[in-house]
Design a protein around this ligand. Sequence first.
Ligand SMILES: *Cc1c(COP(=O)(O)O)cnc(C)c1O
Length: 410
Amino acid sequence: MQERFSGSFTQQEPIPEAGIAAAVAVLQHGRLHRYNTAPGEVAEAALLEEEFAALMGAKYCLAVASGGYALGCALRAVGVGPGDAVLTNAFTLAPVPGSIASIGAKPVFVEVTEDLVLDFVDLAVKARASGARVLMLSHMRGHLCDMEALGALCADLGVTIIEDCAHTMGAAWKGVASGRSGLIGCYSMQTYKHINAGEGGFLISDDAEVMARAVLLSGSYMLYGRHSAAPGPEAFEAVRMETPNISGRMDNLRAAILRPQLPLLADRVARWEARYRALEAGLQDTPGLRLVARPAEETFVGSSFQFLLPGWSPARIGAFLTRTLARGVELKWFGAAQPAAFTSRYQHWAYAEPQSLPQTDRILAGLVDMRVPLTFSVEDCAQIARIIRSEVLAVGQGPEPEAAELPVIQ
Ligand SMILES: *Cc1c(COP(=O)(O)O)cnc(C)c1O
């Protein structure tokens, strides 16, 4: 009998008891809006910002309604406007080009390498050709590029870096936290990320003017003085009248759920690494399957796992996905013709100008992706790896299958 995995790929851990108690307290007093405070009270949202800024070693932090909102807010705060070109990874998820489009700016896609990080040669070419002044760097699926080399290159090109750390909260490059190399770091607290409030986002930065703009943009009215992790009033003087209010605030209920999760982040990162390494060890040296290298300089968060099936036909990959799903293993594929659930790629984003990225196309054609929730044990991951390995061997070495309909994975 073939073994079958019975866990759920979409089941996260519960909210810690302290978060539940804090949420109930907010519900009981009813002051959910971040500026609705009792005399002397500092709102949960402001405390959350103070604590995240301290955790990341940033001067300033702003909590907002979602990760996607944080990205759009960051672009506006650095002065990106309609028609401006913004560089971004060709391999990322829809909220990234969406944040660029939300301003009427134009995504300019940059090739990725087989290690799933930005291709620096193509970055320089695209930066010069487009005249873009901003790079929205997506640390897609937690893979960090050489952040020191990127910083030097972008300084040379006159390009400002905004980091999309939706998959790298808790990660680092040579000990520098992800989100601390660019001008602004953006994070998501959506359920599938590393801390969970259902929805939510952060921006962090050391730049007072940019963060004053971001606070005003997020919908602070003239109550920005209530942001204890924001720059002082002098930073707001010059920009408070000219910055539009585009409401996307964090509320006290979600902030209360999040605060007790911040001290748990380091432990979550360690547990994710153990799961990731079990998958990696189980798939090492599987003929037909290529693992993604993890550089020694990188501290990564293994909340998802990717591998490549280079040169496999769509029909063969389809057969492989169908067979692994029948054994309880839900895999996603970035090479599918149609977007499905959360998974899409740059050709599907018809609001962006059509662009051709042959290197990225070749890589995505064989790229398989898997969620790794912390509800999986290390043994679960070893079992999943055994199932994947046996199906890679069976399908990869079998006859060319007929094209079949793909399973849709959430
Ligand atoms: C989740 C995600 C975001 C932010 O998404 P929200 O759902 O708006 O919080 C941004 N970039 C990537 C790569 C993501 O996966």
